[in-house]
Design a protein around this ligand. Structure first.
Ligand SMILES: [Zn+2]
Length: 768
């Protein structure tokens, strides 16, 4: 499939390293978690490596009076549940605690609800996680220890409704919570612990309590910053200090529960599926995954902008940090979560089901979640059953597998913080969403790659994408350069590499030599306005494609200068009948290196209204919008100063998606291991297990693709599928795990070909 035979040596290398490994035991170290230990016999495998289906009845304060444990035990069985998350303590206790300020839940009475549930679940062979909620307390606690609580600059306590918010730097986290953890671990022996809101006050609020002031001064020699200013040394130090403190809390809690409950009694917190969410909670995802035995993912429903596909992507992104040998159960709402939220109404079954299925496709484990132990809308009890029972039947095909993809999309949490600053949605999230949506739409399997893991993951990738990855450290820049020197392809957009790891503007793109383009007017390091302007909402600008082809096509002549003749570059394939594309952003001039090919230039804004004024004032500029280069190492580099990734994420124009797709195909030299033909929006996830490939095809096509909830599922098909075969997969046999229909596969020339007749929600194909 390579369109560049000279690139053979690298392609062969990719094929060997990415596809020939035949056993998980022989996975390269990069596929495993950082704390990988030798395989243990099944009976000794700890709960966090074998509990594949979870359930949670999130107990409200009225539930102790009405919790029907016998019924829920049947529900655990019906849903093939292997582990439960049970509310234990924190804001309120669901057991009779000895600790005076650990207030019992309103309706607890004398009941030991946590103890009863823990006992019942253990009797049924389930793992039990004691759930904590440790970041706020009632007024009597505040009166007893006012210095344990977060305060504003005027010394007034931060409140959340009736409750007072505790400070992460006080004894509440150092002594009170560990004491509760010990009490629960010693009395009930849960298998481990989770915590709903362990990381305390978010980034939006600054605490000025005496503990914070003293500890920050000791650490940095500085005073707590007065407000949010990303160019202020104190604010940057405060951000790092806050991240470090959350890791300390993680480690302290984990040490505490292991000391009290044994080496497998891990404390697993909870984490978000949103990187912006993790930033705002000071949760360093990479550092957390380096120390976590399991990630308990609190990411319950989709947003309209992200779609179901965001869930599968979240699975891939976190596995990239955690290792593909560990588990990531995800809390999946059975109630109407998201926009709008109705805690006691069932989420429409197709909506809840699709969120579960796309998460499973991305390597997440199902975890059904109800708020409250008694429901008058009983429909929500049925949603998880079929998904979980299907999951149980095929569970060995759904874990311990390695993804197959040739495109890596690079990200980092530091970029979200220090480049995104106060605008991470438009600066970081939109470009990411545009690129990944273009990949999904083109059925090109991809992996999120952390910028610090480029070296680790490079061997199995044929191209990297930097989607407006503004903030990059020197080391990350070096990794990208080395990847291209070895023959890898690169697509970089917008302001990639223009900022250092603190988000200070560099004088030029750090990758200017690869881009073939240089900044003419440096911005000065503290330029926040420039990046915000580049990400601003859509304006009436265009891109002019080169060379123009006006003389060769049918249409009225303008009477202006003659159109330029010449062949167009292959990345402009499909745009033969246009010399213009809608754009929407703004661009500054760049200084070009000789040998760089400019394939599109910028047309500045002109009026839209009234129609009489809608003509180009400046039809042509030499401001580059798209540049392609082939480097000495045969790496193909495309630099797209025009932020078409952000524009596609925002405006959903097919031209933007098509051009991004062409660029990704070209930079990866055609090295894409999957081809799916047939109408529909399909989220494709491809995996390898010894001797077989596993392909998830999730049907995202519906009347509610971009507006939840989906009311009904609409089938697609037939789809013609081709998958490139690793050496240990023969490819002559395909099995459909959902429809069960027979299918004929044909293996020739290193590819397996087959047809999937129809897909309602999802299909999983096992190719062997
Ligand atoms: Zn404080």
């Amino acid at each position: 499939m390579s369109q560049n035979p000279a690139g053979g040596s690298r392609r062969d290398f990719i094929r060997q390293t990415a596809l020939t490994t035949t056993a998980l035991a022989a996975l390269p170290a990069s596929w495993l978690s950082t704390s990988e230990t030798p395989a243990t016999p099944a009976a000794e495998t700890p709960w966090y490596r074998r509990t594949l289906r979870w359930g949670q009845t999130n107990i409200t304060e009225i539930d102790p009076a009405r919790y029907d444990i016998a019924w829920w035990r049947k529900q655990w069985k019906r849903t093939s549940t292997q582990g439960v998350i049970v509310n234990a303590g924190g804001i309120v206790a669901y057991y009779p605690s000895r600790m005076t300020l650990h207030r019992p839940a309103q309706q607890l009475g004398g009941r030991d609800l946590f103890g009863e549930l823990c006992h019942a679940a253990h009797e049924d062979g389930l793992a039990v996680l004691a759930r904590m909620d440790s970041n706020r307390a009632h007024e009597e606690f505040y009166r007893a220890h006012p210095d344990w609580f977060a305060v504003d600059a005027g010394g007034r306590p931060h409140k959340a409704g009736e409750l007072f918010v505790t400070c992460v730097n006080g004894p509440y986290y150092d002594e009170h919570i560990p004491a509760i953890l010990r009490e629960i671990a010693e009395r009930y022996h849960p298998d481990g612990f989770t915590d709903n809101s362990w990381s305390g006050l978010g980034r939006g609020t600054i605490c000025y309590c005496s503990n914070c002031r003293r500890q920050f001064r000791e650490r940095s020699g500085l005073e707590i910053p007065r407000g949010r200013d990303w160019n202020d040394r104190a604010y940057r130090a405060w951000i790092r200090w806050n991240y470090d403190r959350r890791l300390q809390i993680w480690d302290l809690n984990d040490r505490t529960t292991k000391a009290a409950g044994g080496p497998d009694c891990v404390w697993a917190g909870m984490n978000s599926g949103s990187i912006i969410g993790q930033c705002q909670s000071f949760r360093d995802y990479k550092a957390i995954c380096e120390r976590a035995a399991i990630i308990m993912l609190d990411h319950q429903a989709r947003s309209d902008a992200g779609g179901f596909q965001q869930n599968g992507e979240t699975g891939k992104l976190i596995h990239g940090l955690l290792g593909w040998d560990k588990l990531i159960p995800e809390s999946m709402a059975m109630y109407q979560a998201g926009r709008p939220t109705f805690r006691l109404a069932s989420k429409p079954a197709p909506e809840a089901r699709m969120w579960m299925l796309d998460g499973i496709a991305g390597g997440l484990q199902p975890w059904w979640h109800h708020i409250g132990a008694y429901h008058e809308d009983r429909r929500m009890y049925h949603t998880a059953e079929t998904v979980c029972s299907w999951h149980q039947t095929h569970e060995e095909l759904l874990v311990n597998r390695r993804p197959v993809a040739s495109v890596g999309v690079v990200w980092s949490q530091e970029n979200t913080d220090f480049f995104g600053r106060e605008n991470p949605d438009s600066l970081v999230e939109l470009p990411w969403r545009g690129i990944t949506q273009a990949l999904i739409r083109a059925r090109i399997p991809y992996l999120p790659v952390h910028a610090d893991h480029i070296e680790r993951d490079a061997g199995r990738l044929s191209a990297l994408v930097l989607p407006n990855l503004g903030a990059m450290s020197d080391a990350q820049v070096t990794s990208v350069r080395r990847f291209v020197e070895r023959g890898g392809g690169l697509l970089a957009t917008g302001e990639s590499s223009l900022f250092d790891q603190w988000g200070d503007a560099r004088a030029d793109f750090a990758l200017a030599d690869l881009f073939g383009a240089h900044v003419i007017q440096p911005r000065g390091p503290a330029d926040d306005a420039g990046r915000v302007r580049a990400a601003a909402d859509t304006v009436h600008t265009y891109l002019r494609l080169a060379p123009e082809r006006r003389a060769l096509v049918d249409g009225p002549r303008s009477g202006s200068e003659p159109a330029v003749r010449g062949e167009r570059h292959e990345v402009l394939r499909g745009f033969e009948e246009t010399d213009l594309l809608p754009y929407g952003g703004v661009l500054d001039p760049l200084r070009m290196e000789t040998g760089a090919h400019v394939l599109a230039t910028f047309v500045p804004a002109f009026p839209i209204y009234p129609p009489e004024t809608a003509w180009m004032r400046e039809p042509k500029t030499d401001v580059p919008a798209l540049i392609v280069n082939t480097t000495a190492g045969e790496g193909r580099v495309a630099f797209l100063p025009a932020d078409l990734d952000r524009r596609f994420g925002r405006d959903n124009l097919p031209d933007h998606g098509d051009l991004l797709t062409n660029l990704m195909r070209w930079t990866s030299g055609g090295e894409i291991p999957l081809v799916v033909e047939g109408a529909g929006l399909i989220d494709c996830h491809l995996y390898h297990q010894p001797g077989r490939l596993i392909l998830h095809l999730v049907n995202l096509t519906s009347a509610a693709t971009w507006r939840q909830p989906v009311h009904e599922l609409i089938p697609i098909g037939p789809l013609r599928v081709r998958v490139r075969l690793p050496q240990d997969v023969r490819g002559g046999r395909a099995r459909l795990l959902v429809s069960g229909r027979p299918v004929t596969a044909d293996a020739t020339a290193g590819w397996s070909r087959f047809e999937v007749n129809s897909i309602l929600d999802h299909e999983v194909v096992v190719i062997s």
